[in-house]
Design a protein around this ligand. Structure first.
Ligand code: SAH
Length: 398
């Protein structure tokens, strides 16, 4: 049985919870010492136990749980999960019906009413991400809704809640018929190889779908493309299919060579015009400058935080230098695609990074286009932090 815990909200945070702010922060609570077991139901109350909201206890790096409802009488039971999940599934009907795309997000955490839970669809497979031990206690309900309302070959899961809040290595199979990986998914007609039982990352980041499409359709033609932090080379594949003259993918991880070759091969692209280089991006920039190499398009999509043998990369601290390095190896009239998934860096600040970098380099630019999360990544308008993706398409001009 779940206990019901009353959490008293500090006066200055009460307005937030009255106004539908979904994340429960420890800082906002007067009596966090009463928290006991993850998955317990939390009632957020004010003075005289005035009810504001109801949620669950689940420790994440972001907070200690999520608000689920503002109705005091609403139970957090199977019907609750069914209502939220069916609503989310219905909102994705255009994706389910799209013949050219069969990989998309079905449920996006607080954006669909349940923080800490995401569900992605990959060509007949569902992948559930659990972001806390608390939300994991609702597993039976979530699986039952999938059983009742969608068809699948199998369900997989990622438990992203070890003590450091990261992925726990495990057999990620939940139920159904085990897949044979890679599963080849389609995105706007492009193939991508996906592995659902091989660690935290599956081979493709669905939130960049619109950016890959723009690269392929609008920006890549005839260009010499450098894709940094390239992972499995998804942006390089999009560029090559869009008619790029050549792509160079740079990633520190050794696996990137084999993974990128696979993405090219399942799209029938010969790899004689595609390079994959296993190297620290910062070293590659030095190398490129030393050899006077220039590119017509450079894609920058670093992780928010990464530790390598030599250095620790933090977006807020290191992105400006990254853009400056990029400017120095981009041709005049070349394009820089700058992306960040750092929630605490908003678009205005990110644009500021670009502006400063160009000013310091004595170069001019235009912003051609901006992207944020695609339609299937619903954002809760009361939680702008959830709108974490920011992408700028920048042209270096005379
Ligand atoms: N842009 C990719 C996703 C990047 S994931 C895509 O759209 O699919 C982040 C990648 O950055 C990982 O593959 C990691 O190995 C790589 N990485 C982290 N630090 C790096 C560094 N200093 N140099 C090169 N690659 C790095």
């Amino acid at each position: 049985m779940r206990a019901v815990i009353e959490l008293k909200v500090k006066p200055k945070y009460r307005a937030n919870y009255k106004n539908n702010y979904p994340l429960i922060n420890k800082d906002a609570i007067l009596n966090p010492e009463v928290l006991e077991r993850e998955g317990d139901i939390l009632h957020l109350v004010g003075e005289n136990n005035q009810f504001f909201a109801k949620g669950y206890y689940g420790e994440q790096n972001k907070g200690i749980g999520w608000v689920l409802t503002h109705k005091k009488e609403e139970q957090i039971d199977f019907t609750f999960f069914k209502t939220k999940m069916v609503e989310a599934i219905n909102k994705r009907q255009v994706f389910y019906e799209d013949k050219n795309t069969n990989a998309f997000r079905v449920f996006n955490g607080e954006g669909d009413g349940i923080g800490g839970l995401t569900i992605d669809y990959f060509a007949g497979f569902y992948l559930i991400n659990w972001y806390s031990a608390g939300v994991y206690t609702f597993k039976d309900q979530v699986i039952r809704v999938l059983d009742d309302h969608v068809q699948y070959q199998a369900i997989y899961e990622k438990k992203r809640f070890d003590t450091k809040g990261t992925y726990m290595d495990d057999d990620d199979f939940v139920k159904g018929t085990r897949g044979e990986f890679p599963v080849i998914v389609k995105e706007n007609g492009v193939n991508y190889a996906v592995y659902l039982n091989d660690g935290a990352m599956v081979g493709i980041f669905l939130d960049q779908r619109d950016v890959r499409e723009a690269i392929r359709v609008k920006y890549a033609k005839g260009k010499k493309v450098l894709n940094t932090f390239s992972y499995t080379g998804a942006f390089s594949v999009a560029a090559a299919l869009g008619g790029a003259k050549k792509t160079t993918s740079v990633d520190l991880a050794k696996r990137s060579k084999r993974k990128t070759a696979e993405q090219f091969s399942i799209n029938g692209i010969a790899d004689n015009k595609q390079d994959t280089i296993v190297m620290d991006v910062f070293d590659y920039f030095k190398y490129a400058r030393r050899h006077n190499m220039k590119f017509d398009m450079v894609i920058l999509d670093p992780p928010s935080f990464a530790r390598s043998k030599k250095r620790t990369f933090r977006v807020a601290k290191d992105y400006p230098a990254l853009i400056k390095d990029t400017i120095s190896i981009t041709e005049k009239n070349g394009i820089i695609i700058a992306s960040t998934n750092n929630a605490s860096l908003d678009m205005k600040k990110f644009r500021g990074f670009v502006a400063n970098a160009f000013r310091e380099m004595g170069e001019k630019y235009n912003i051609l286009e901006e992207f944020s999360l695609p339609k299937d990544f619903h954002v809760d308008r009361n939680f702008p932090h959830g709108n974490y993706l920011k992408v700028l398409v920048v042209k270096k001009v005379d």
